[in-house]
Structure formats: structure tokens, C-alpha cells
Design a protein around this ligand. Structure first.
Ligand code: HEM
Length: 246
């Protein structure tokens, strides 16, 4: 019997979700790579000018990452039903029903097809979004306090300046026009953001690895074209997916 004939193709991810996903992958990987060099700049013997350049580039890539993430947050309210927050956050009665059904099937060694994310993946994606947002917020603060870049750079420049007249003289890694006490206060304010950004990097790296493992395992078990769906937008199912009518 040719079982292939019973496969049905469904559109899941629209173009904007697929663009978001791949821009996010590229920007996060670039930010991780530059971030790792910044983290080890002392050991690598990088000069202050080199650090300023690395941090500036990190912030520019960071802007792409933040704008893309903001776009995705909006899509969570206005996008198609599988990309909405209601289909992602692990909340609500329907989620609980789907989770029960999912684990029952899993215990029987069978799978349950989902157009969008399965109940475990909903947790994974929620944690990923929380960490991405944490990195975006802490990064924007660091970009303001460290290299005085927008959106908070001019606020922090005014904070550390000796007087309103010296604001324009304030530059990264220079004490010209800077009030020492105010600078120390600003660095104390910045410190927890730096810690969150650093710990967040390791948590995010771990989540990315788990996400990849989850995707590979699901692809091998269910063979629904989960990975190619992020390129084509389509998944294939033999039986009707559970969340098709949601
Ligand atoms: C997923 C996103 C991001 C990742 C994985 C990431 C990763 C990192 C890492 C590993 C460091 C080095 C931390 C250290 O020296 O201990 C760093 C530093 C930094 N990041 Fe990010 N980052 C991200 C997003 C952003 C964004 C959106 C911005 C700003 C627009 C930003 C701005 C900065 C700045 C200014 C520093 C230098 C802080 C310092 O060493 O004093 N980052 N980042």
C-alpha cells in the first residue's frame, strides 16, 4: 500500500514569521560571536579602541535583532492563528487539553500532529521569547551606558557629564568632561544589567541547544517537515492536526 498518497499539506508559517525566524537566527548567532569576543577581550589583548569598535558593531547588530523581535511581538497579536500569543503561551483550558492528549499519545509511543507548536514546544518558545526580550532590554541599557548609543545614550551622557556644557565631550572610555562621582553612580546602576546580560547569554545558548534538539527529535519522530516548514511555510500530516480548528 502506498501510504504517501494519504499525506496532506497545510500552510502554517507565513512569510513574515519565516523572515523573523531566520533574521533572528543570524542576528543572535552574530551577537553571540561578537559578545564572546567582548567577554574575553582582556585575555585576547584587545585595546580600548578595539573594544569600542566591537561594542559598537554589537550594538548595530543588536538594533536589527531588537527591531525584528518587536515586529514578532506585534505579529503575535495580528498574525495568523498559529503565530499568535494565544497559540504560543502555555496557558488556558485548550492548552491543558492538548497537553493531556499529547502526553497520553506519547506514553503509547505514538505522536499527535500539531499545525503550530506542540505543548512542549510552547514552553520552549515562551522561554526563548522571555530570554530574547531580556537580552534586548539589558543590551539596550548597556549600549547606552557603555558606548552611549541610542535610545538611552544621551540620557547616560547627561548623567555622567561634569556640566550641561560638557555633555558633548563625553565619549566611551574617556574621562574628558566626566564627573567621577556621577560616573561611578552610573556604573553602579549599570552593573545588574551587565550581570543579567552575561547570565542571559549562557541561558539563551542552553535554550538554543535544547530548541535544536527538540526540533530534530520531533522531525525524526513525526516526519511532518517541521524543519523545511521554516523555509516553505508548509507541514505535511497523515491525520488531521489537533489544532487545525483552533
Ligand atoms: C540575543 C542577543 C544578545 C546576545 C546573545 C548578546 C551577548 C553578549 C555578550 C556575551 C556580551 C559580553 C558580556 C560580558 O562582557 O560579560 C555582550 C555585551 C554587550 N552587549 Fe550584548 N548580546 C545580545 C543583545 C544585545 C543588544 C540588543 C544590545 C544593544 C542594542 C547589546 C549590547 C551589548 C553591549 C553594549 C555590551 C558590552 C557590555 C560590556 O562588556 O560592558 N547586546 N553581549
Amino acid at each position: 500500500m502506498n501510504t504517501e498518497t494519504s499525506l496532506q499539506e497545510y500552510r502554517v508559517w507565513d512569510r513574515s514569521i519565516r523572515w523573523f525566524h531566520w533574521i533572528n537566527v543570524l542576528s543572535v548567532l552574530t551577537l553571540m560571536a561578537i559578545g564572546l569576543v567582548i567577554m574575553n577581550s582582556k585575555a585576547l589583548g584587545i585595546t580600548d579602541d578595539g573594544k569600542i569598535l566591537l561594542k559598537t558593531w554589537h550594538v548595530y547588530v543588536g538594533y536589527v535583532f531588537v527591531l525584528n523581535l518587536l515586529w514578532r511581538i506585534v505579529m503575535g497579536f495580528v498574525g495568523n492563528r498559529y503565530s499568535r500569543w494565544s497559540a504560543i503561551l502555555p496557558l488556558g483550558q485548550r492548552y491543558k487539553q492538548q497537553r493531556r492528549a499529547f502526553f497520553e499519545r506519547l506514553k503509547q509511543g505514538k505522536e499527535l500532529g500539531f499545525m503550530g507548536h506542540n505543548p512542549l514546544a510552547r514552553w520552549m518558545v515562551t522561554l526563548l521569547f522571555i530570554m530574547l526580550t531580556t537580552m534586548a532590554v539589558s543590551g539596550l541599557v548597556l549600549g547606552g551606558t557603555d558606548v552611549y548609543k541610542p535610545p538611552f545614550g544621551s540620557y547616560f551622557k547627561s548623567w555622567v557629564a561634569e556640566s550641561p556644557e560638557t555633555v558633548s565631550q563625553v565619549q566611551p572610555y574617556s574621562d574628558v568632561g566626566v564627573n567621577e562621582t556621577a560616573y561611578k553612580e552610573m556604573r553602579d546602576f549599570r552593573s545588574p544589567f551587565k550581570e543579567v546580560h552575561e547570565i542571559g547569554f549562557f541561558v539563551l545558548a542552553a535554550l538554543v541547544i535544547l530548541h535544536l534538539l527538540g526540533v530534530i527529535i520531533t522531525e525524526c519522530r513525526e516526519r511532518n517537515g517541521l524543519i523545511s516548514a521554516m523555509f516553505t511555510g508548509r507541514k505535511v500530516f497523515r491525520d488531521k492536526p489537533v489544532d487545525l480548528q483552533d
